[in-house]
Design a protein around this ligand. Structure first.
Ligand code: MN
Length: 129
């Protein structure tokens, strides 16, 4: 599957890309929100992995912007964040994300966690489950 990683930390980008490619996924990377938004409409990924803590334009704003694009409206967006605060999940979902995983990522379960979102459908996609 074609997966876009939007993440400003190069070590995290490297690790996530390594783990996903090892399992046969194709990975495209962006280091900033604006770059990620541009790239998303160009490459039309099947899933977007979105860091929340990004400079200039944070992940909430990026998710919101991605959902404005009709072509990307149904693409699963999985937030990756180190914030472990009450209310964070709600904020992530309200911004348009499909799901949420916490940093530091667990290399043993990371890809399986991501793969469960690959078939996730968005509100309006017809399947509420
Ligand atoms: Mn970050």
């Amino acid at each position: 599957m074609k997966i876009l990683i939007i993440e400003d930390n190069s070590q995290n980008r490297y690790l996530e890309t390594f783990l996903l490619e090892k399992r046969g996924h194709q990975v495209v990377q962006a280091a900033t929100g604006p770059e990620g938004i541009q790239m998303a409409s160009r490459v039309q990924p099947e899933l977007i992995l979105l860091d929340i803590q990004l400079p200039v334009m944070d992940g909430y704003a990026v998710a919101h912007a991605l959902r404005q694009n009709p072509v990307l409206r149904a693409v699963p967006i999985v937030a990756v964040t180190s914030y472990a605060m009450v209310g964070d999940r709600e904020r992530v979902m309200a911004a348009g994300c499909t799901g949420y995983i916490e940093k530091p990522i667990n290399p043993d379960t990371f890809v399986s966690e991501i793969e469960q979102y690959l078939n996730a459908r968005q509100p309006g996609g017809g399947d509420p489950s």
